[in-house]
Design a protein around this ligand. Structure first.
Ligand SMILES: [Zn+2]
Length: 278
């Protein structure tokens, strides 16, 4: 006898369910989905939340092509309250460094709290010039008939830090300009110089940075920057050379092209050094 073939209704049945239109109502809202790149997703704009504000900011700067080297100012990327959050985030990272250095930060009374002190010191002091916006340097017009046309030389004491070893750099910058159409308060020269210095720097770069920022604030095209500094990375480590002094000079406009102006600047520096030996 030939068995009668009965197709299984589940396996062989028609899987295509007809769309019963009257069981559904259309959503009357337009729905938008953001076009998203992989970097967007990592940067958190696609709804992901980073564990660290520091990571969010790094991704954002990378995506926008913003350079964030040790000597760069990144204040445009920071908002009110961010520094406190970044200090909170850096503290456990410094704790890990101390742990890896095998320092007992739990029982050594001098090492308790060191991680947080380091985090605060970096953000609020030795690298503050990376995170703070440029000092406000209100310019006063210098365009009347009896305007000051001479040379101005300001001596600014500097504290900085080398990018390579995070060792202190300590010295003096002499800032010389031929007064242009505007003047800024005398203390502003030093404020600007210190704002440039309180970062991880190279002395050569620092001289250029100060020249650029003083030029921006004063409009002066004729300017000279002379820096004399000692470097912790030569004194405290490496060649352990005490009394090692490094000098850098940046000259622009008449300071570079006119020997008389250059000589006047250097003579002024010598007079200042006699008055206040460093
Ligand atoms: Zn160094």
């Amino acid at each position: 006898m030939k068995p009668e073939y009965k197709p299984d209704p589940v396996v062989n049945g028609d899987q295509r369910q007809p769309f019963k239109k009257d069981e559904y109502v259309p959503l009357k809202k337009e729905v938008f989905v953001k076009k998203e790149t992989a970097l967007d997703a990592m940067a958190g704009d696609g709804g992901y939340e980073e564990a660290y504000l520091g990571d969010h900011l790094r991704f954002k700067m990378k995506r926008e092509g913003k350079r964030f080297w040790a000597g760069d100012n990144i204040s445009d990327y920071l908002h009110e309250g961010d520094i406190e959050k970044l200090i909170d985030e850096a503290t456990p990272a410094f704790e890990l460094v101390l742990d890896r250095l095998l320092i007992d930060r739990e029982n050594d009374p001098n090492s308790k709290g060191t991680a947080r002190r380091l985090a605060k010191m970096y953000f609020n002091e030795i690298m503050a010039g990376r995170y703070e916006p440029a000092p406000d340097a209100t310019a006063f017009p210098n365009d009347s008939e009896d305007r000051y046309e001479g040379m101005l030389v300001v001596r600014s004491e500097l504290r900085s830090m080398c990018s390579h070893h995070h060792q202190p750099v300590s010295g003096v910058a002499y800032i010389g300009i031929i007064a242009a159409e505007k003047l800024i308060g005398l203390s502003k020269y030093t404020r600007i110089a210190q704002w440039c210095a309180r970062r991880g720097t190279l002395q050569e770069e620092l001289a250029n940075d100060i020249a650029r920022e003083i030029g921006k604030a004063t409009g002066a095209k004729d300017l000279g920057i002379y820096i004399q500094a000692t470097h912790g990375c030569c004194e405290n480590r490496g060649i352990m050379a005490h009394s090692s002094l490094t000098q850098t000079t940046v000259l622009k406009g008449a300071f570079r092209d006119d020997p008389g102006t250059k000589k006047e600047f250097m003579d002024n520096i010598k007079l200042q050094q006699e008055f206040a030996p460093r």
